[in-house]
Unconditional design. Sequence first.
Length: 389
Amino acid sequence: MDFRYTPEQERFREQIRGFLAEHVSEELRHEIATSGHSPGPLGKQFLRLLGERGWLGIGWPREYGGQGRSMIEQTIFYHELDLQDIHYGNLTITSLAMALMKLASEEQRQDYLPRILSGELEICLGYTEPGAGSDLAGITTRALRDGDEYVINGQKVFTTGAHYASHIWLLARSEPDAPRHKGLSVFIFPLATPGVTVRPIFTMEGIRTNEVFLDDVRVPAAAMIGTPGSGFYTAAVALDYERVFMGKYTKLRRNLDALVRECRQVVDGSAPPIDDPVVRDRLVGLHLDVERLRLLCLKSAWMIDQGRVPNAEASAQKVLASELEQRLADEGMRILGPRGQLEYGSPHVPAHGHLAQSWLLSPMLRFGGGANEIQRDIIAQRGLGLPRA
Ligand SMILES: Cc1cc2nc3c(=O)[nH]c(=O)nc-3n(C[C@H](O)[C@H](O)[C@H](O)COP(=O)(O)OP(=O)(O)OC[C@H]3O[C@@H](n4cnc5c(N)ncnc54)[C@H](O)[C@@H]3O)c2cc1C
């Protein structure tokens, strides 16, 4: 592949930059920095503007309300948003919808996809259970057929977004007599369905995630995506798309640039950290890895444009992005000293508090979306053709 943008893609990037320069205000950035991951009033207004221009479904086919642009263009779009501190990386649009386009029935696509684009449908992910995380095939939540419905009982944990999403994408055991991997199915249904209880769990960075309890939850059989027993495969495809999106390089580029700017500052009359050759050497190492990640991002987008689902590539991207984020935050804390711990809102905060936030968040990224040890197995087996460990 050619890693350079075509003139048309460059023009598109300029168009987005122009739009963002006009519509992204300090107030919007402040709202995003202080309102967690769900959009506040300014965020909703901004998302509506994006929706009106058809930019939310930029890489979707036109028949489902998208712009039919390439995945490279979608990547450019989300990267430009990130560079402006606009993190409305909506997994529903960038990963679940992609899996729906590949695996759902035409009727389900016509039903869900336009509602996802309009923002009516936001879906959280119900895979992990107290006894099944990396080992997803060990899921015990049951979905048993009863006439035209399934009755679901069980518990999910770490269901991020369940307190504001409208629907859940739930992996449950629907074929109890089938082998472990072949007995699971994915269902989509509203979180407002009777029998669903959501309870909060707070992480050290402040992000809220949830436990979800399912007690005799009745959903129509038509809520199943794919065929009975195909859930493990459906989840794997959606997770590949999720890892591509999680592995974006732009946040790291922004954090590294901010760290370099801080390193040039003289604080309390001391020599600026950039004068230290060890600091310069570490910054160069980080720069090279951020560039490596940028190339991996483009490669995954290009593969999707070729009709392929990045698999070992998505895992490589996710491993590199999560470990690099942690390394970058660690280096930032080491170089900036106690000042580095100041958080957004403090008058003396360096780098807008991004490094401190990243330092608290990044340990979670190494296992959220699938633990990195498991990703390394995927790279070894599916990417390099090595035998199972
Ligand atoms: C903040 C947060 C948000 C999350 N959001 C969601 C969400 O929205 N939806 C959802 O479904 N899940 C979510 N998760 C769950 C996440 O996907 C799981 O934590 C992850 O898959 C690991 O599962 P586990 O926690 O059960 O750990 P385990 O699977 O018990 O793993 C524990 C450790 O053992 C290692 N390990 C396990 N098996 C192997 C193996 N075969 N080889 C080598 N090492 C192994 C792991 O790498 C890890 O280091 C979230 C988690 C967090 C913390």
